[in-house]
Design a protein around this ligand. Sequence first.
Ligand SMILES: C[S@@+](CC[C@H](N)C(=O)[O-])C[C@H]1O[C@@H](n2cnc3c(N)ncnc32)[C@H](O)[C@@H]1O
Length: 270
Amino acid sequence: MELLVTTSDNPTTAMLETGYKIATELGVLFVKKKRTSLATLKKQYNVDHVIVVTRNGPVVHTPGGEYFFHLSMAELRIKNLRNGKHDHMITAMTLEKGMSVLDCTLGLATDAIVASFVLGEDGLLVGIEYSPIIAMVTRWGLENFDGSDSEINGALRRIQVKQGDYEEYLAALPDKSFDVVYFDPMFRRPVYTSSSLRPLRYLANHNPLTSSAVASACRVAKRRVVMKEAAGSAEFERLGFKTLIGGKYSSIQYGVIELEPSAGGQLWSG
Ligand SMILES: C[S@@+](CC[C@H](N)C(=O)[O-])C[C@H]1O[C@@H](n2cnc3c(N)ncnc32)[C@H](O)[C@@H]1O
């Protein structure tokens, strides 16, 4: 992918430093914008993606739109949990305070933020993301995004981001090292509910989940392996997820492989 990094107009020193740091990390060119339009920069440097460091963080300009960190549905899902409603992902994971979760497909970290909120300060959430650009945007957001809610900010700050391939990461982990291992691969058939997530499709790894990765996850997980997919997807059966959890009218479901019955099955409640 041809890519360069720049800043918005009139950058502060901090923005220039962030831009330079991101370009160095990604091994691409950093260009001072000097009021040149993005279209001109793209043409001049023959690139199709540009990362613009703005006052609100990095924005990736893809052919499918702008990609940047935001809380997406995490805020509403956390509000629902606080109001005593249940969240199908949390139910599928039988998540409790203090547990550990390995999110193999971190993406924008929406699911990870909800899980981290439930896990609390004594929990552990490690997220793996294949795409260096997505990992960079998510890491920036988790470290810097400042909403008005200190508990949500705390949930963001506690998530550890690892850039890499979950196959390799899982292979290097000891048996039973996380309570839950989670996968949310790119759906085989995309469900376009949010136009703000469409640019993700230009940056993400689209490879299907493999049976060998699920087998590794079953070795690494103590309690459960959970996979999110489109409701009715043939992926559940192909990969051995027999128990399905989800709302009757929901477009998504969570497949569960239970390795150890949950102790008492006590679910988190606000
Ligand atoms: C559907 S998105 C995940 C969205 C995420 N659950 C959220 O709430 O924001 C899938 C992500 O998994 C990443 N991915 C796919 N294959 C991967 C692999 N082998 N290792 C690590 N990440 C991978 C993709 O690049 C993409 O960002």
